[in-house]
Design a protein around this ligand. Sequence first.
Ligand SMILES: Nc1ncnc2c1ncn2[C@@H]1O[C@H](COP(=O)(O)OP(=O)(O)O)[C@@H](O)[C@H]1O
Ligand code: SF4
Ligand SMILES: [Mg+2]
Length: 370
Amino acid sequence: MAVGNETTPAATTTGNGKGDETLVSVQNLKTYFPILGGIFRRTVGYVQAVDDVSFDIKKGETFGLVGESGCGKTTTGRTILRLNKATGGKVVFDGKEVFNLSPNELKRTRKDMQIIFQDPYSSLNPRMPVGDIIGEGLRVHGMTDRKEREKTVQYFMSVVGLRKEWVRRYPHEFSGGQRQRIGVARALALRPKFIVCDEPVSALDVSVQSQVINLLEDLQKEFGLTYLFIAHDLSVVEYISDRVGVMYLGKLAELAPAEELYRNPLHPYTKALLSAIPNPDPTVRKQRIVLQGDVPSPINPPSGCRFRTRCPIAIDRCASEVPAFRLMGNGHYVACHRAEESTALMGVTGGALAAAPAATPNGSASGAPA
Ligand SMILES: Nc1ncnc2c1ncn2[C@@H]1O[C@H](COP(=O)(O)OP(=O)(O)O)[C@@H](O)[C@H]1O
Ligand code: SF4
Ligand SMILES: [Mg+2]
């Protein structure tokens, strides 16, 4: 069966050269974790890990999802794959509603949706040889012949750059980068259409990060894969993503084609994240905007805009009204009441405000109403 690269007559191309056909549609997704308390272990509150998040991923695309630790990226990825239970909303994968699948349908669909975990050290069973780790999914999905399984495993080992003679070795005999390749081979062996790459290089040495990213890019082309690529840092997703969504405290703050997002960020949070990336050109002086305070708790998030407690241009309205996720043109969405004026107030990366607060037309660093 062809994997992930079917074209339909209706498929057109977008500016990024990828098909326009949607593979994954995430609609108003909510995942709340109950907090149990008291001697009766009653629910006393909820961690609002993902709260009303919507986006589509096109076939063949890499959709980057970024935001600080704890903002709900992993939970979003896991809920799409039904590894966490959704509280609300729906996910349509390849025309099927994931949350309505029967156990049998779910098992079949799972083959098409895989995950690569953040930590290659804890995600591989230390007591299993890598051949069994990579081949386990094949066995579960019906490849019962040992010889056939071993051949398939060895093929995928060579595809990810591991020597097939290593099939009987154990995870501790490999380096971090090699272990992540084992994780990639395990996901790939089932010939999925879609892979959630959950910070696949965050735990690796900088020197091997780009090797693993290059491998993922090559595999995407070769096997027609679609990725949800999660990272906590915009500089990693810039290189690999077609479109990028920025999350803050369980919600999407901004979503745009990658190039558009980096050139014209509109949400103050995105501007702050971008200002933290060092500019390789030493002649360009970039002001870094340092966000005040910590990310608030997702158990009791701020009213209105969740970013308002750290936003340098917040106004009264931000406390009372949740900003809508609005289309600003060019496939660029943003959830901010002041998106039209944010660049005038803050500059592209927050530099103007940080450098010269007095020069802003209506606001101030403390956020006077416009
Ligand atoms: N199984 C769980 N039970 C309770 N809370 C959880 C669970 N998984 C994640 N959380 C909480 O949900 C929020 C989002 O977590 P996560 O999705 O892991 O964020 P990220 O991947 O962006 O770092 C965090 O506050 C985290 O503590
Ligand atoms: S200006 Fe208001 S709505 Fe926009 S990010 Fe800041 S607090 Fe949120
Ligand atoms: Mg995570």
